[in-house]
Design a protein around this ligand. Sequence first.
Ligand code: ME8
Length: 661
Amino acid sequence: MLKKPKFYLTTPIYYTNGLPHIGHTYTTVVADTIRRYKRMRGYEVVMTTGTDEHGVNVERAAKKAGMAESEFVARMAAAWRALWDELGLSADEFVRTTDLRHVRTVQWLFRLCRENGYVYKGQYTGQYCIFDNAFVNDAKPGDNCPDCGRPTETITEENYFFKLSAFQKPLLDFYKKNPDFIQPETRRNEIVSFVEGGLKDLSITRTTIRWGIPVPGEEPHVFYVWFDALTAYLSAVGGPEFERRGMWPADLHLVGKDIIRFHSVYWPAFLMAAMQPVPKQVWAHGWFLMDAAKMSKSKGNVVLPRPIANMLGMDALRYFLLREVVFGQDGNFSYDALVTRYNSDLANGLGNLASRTAALIEKNFGGKIPKPGPLLSPDVALAEGASSAIGEVLGRYDTLDFARALECIWSVIAFADKYLTTEQPWALGNSEEEQSRKATVLWTTAELLRIVTVLAHAVLPASTEKVWTLLGLPGSVAAVELDGLRWGQLTPGKQLGPAQTLFPRVDKSEAIERIEAMANEELNPAPGAPPAKPASSPTSGGAGVAAQAAPEKIGIEDFAKVEMRVGQIKSAERIVGADKLLKLTVDIGTEIRQICAGIAQYYEPEKLIGRKVAVVVNLAPRKLRGVESNGMIIAASVGPEGRPVLAGFPDEDVEVGARLK
Ligand code: ME8
């Protein structure tokens, strides 16, 4: 048997001073999609992710958490890993920069660079950004970091330096010989002109940091974060003995545009200095922005993956991330766009086509794939459309143009919807001729569905397996070889599989409110609360709500934690795009608060002005549909639809700000 070609790809090794948000999830989803795709193209694939655990930030975070660094990073790494597992994104290799295999690799690489004359000892004074773990070139004391905007610190220390300056020409020659090394083109141009501008030597060790990999025999020197972190890609697949595993050099490093320079300048230079093979490609994608700004926990605009996966299923998030933004460019994340795409493309698109086709085959052919009769021109057109989509979609995946690959697949789905609507198999009678026509139309639709399922699998791994089962096809869709995919391979006579829940439609406002509530809970957990657990999602057959635990009794001290006061509504207005929410300003005696309340369908904003209400005033602020809500108005939930009725004080003239006990 022929040996499979290998493909080794990586995500960045993420910092452990926070937990994954949608940006990290994006890179990891892309890597996972490529991995699945390449496997279906016959490659032996290894995907690596991991955690970057050294440096001064971690020292500080561990101190703040009252833990030893090793314990802190072990917990964080476990949390990252657990989340990737939960989201179906576990890599083949998870490398931690505190792993022994990694420590050995860094020390080995350093020794080679030194033996080859590319390392020397020197003094370094510079402005250092402790948040980005990097000296800020050309910054003066008092300057802020150009990347994160925070103040830099002046640091002088003895360092080992790497002779990056010696690699200007080798790097430029390398870029010229390997024009695809840096992608996309715009990033390549940026890097080429950066290197043409001259390269300064780089300090690669620190003596001011304790928490790092020691430079053997040179303590207190520890490795500087980039020499350490980048090497993790090599540690993951054998380190010094990489030849045995046969995966190095990496075929693809996927990164965000923020770290392209480290990957396309430093990393190949380190490897060239050590005379080791350099990676084949670095691909830098753009940012996912929230409200047009980079996400950060302190700005309160972080989007978390788990609540979305719980509400809509992970496939919906994968689809959205890859479909919404052209790979390489920046994009805006909005819950509105996410749920709109879910309903239109997944529920009404793929989900509807699959269940409609299966139901028609069930009803007309006892659930057996029918044998097609003579083909008419609409059938041929559909077959041709699907066949040419195969080539186009594979070409798009090959260039990581996921948005256009999906666009093409979904245009085929739309074609099939139209075909069914025009051919109307449900309107055909039982004569032999009409039965035969019905069989042709339904076989054609089922065959198209099979092709679409195979093509979309890398992006929608869970739901395409369900469609595969629904169509009664053998084995797993993941095992299909894309190179052998052709129109006409669906065998008639096979029985369909059991019905599947694919993408139930959701009410947009409700879905967004639930996602936001889960995200708020995850970002501001109640003290002592257990970590967030996956709830049932509509795609797992439940109603999308976590099962309610039996109510527990609480002591008066628990009740006393909730501070409720009489408030008076000063203004009320609707929120564009949120049918259920009103934005209120409420006087609570000591201050005026902005509070969002889910009462818009039952209360006219104008009639609320002046009304006295009960307000929970010590609830952590949260954002609802992007609007800050600082407190909660108490209302009864009445009837099966949960109509809100505001709690109030009609009999007595109570003072604004009075406490409820
Ligand atoms: O930089 N949009 O780790 P990191 C898109 N440890 N992608 C985003 C994003 C956003 N808003 N935010 C983060 C580090 N990312 C180093 C890497 S590698 C040897 C060492 C993704 O935790 C994107 O891939 O800050 C970005 O490059 C990476 O997360 C940064 O992760």
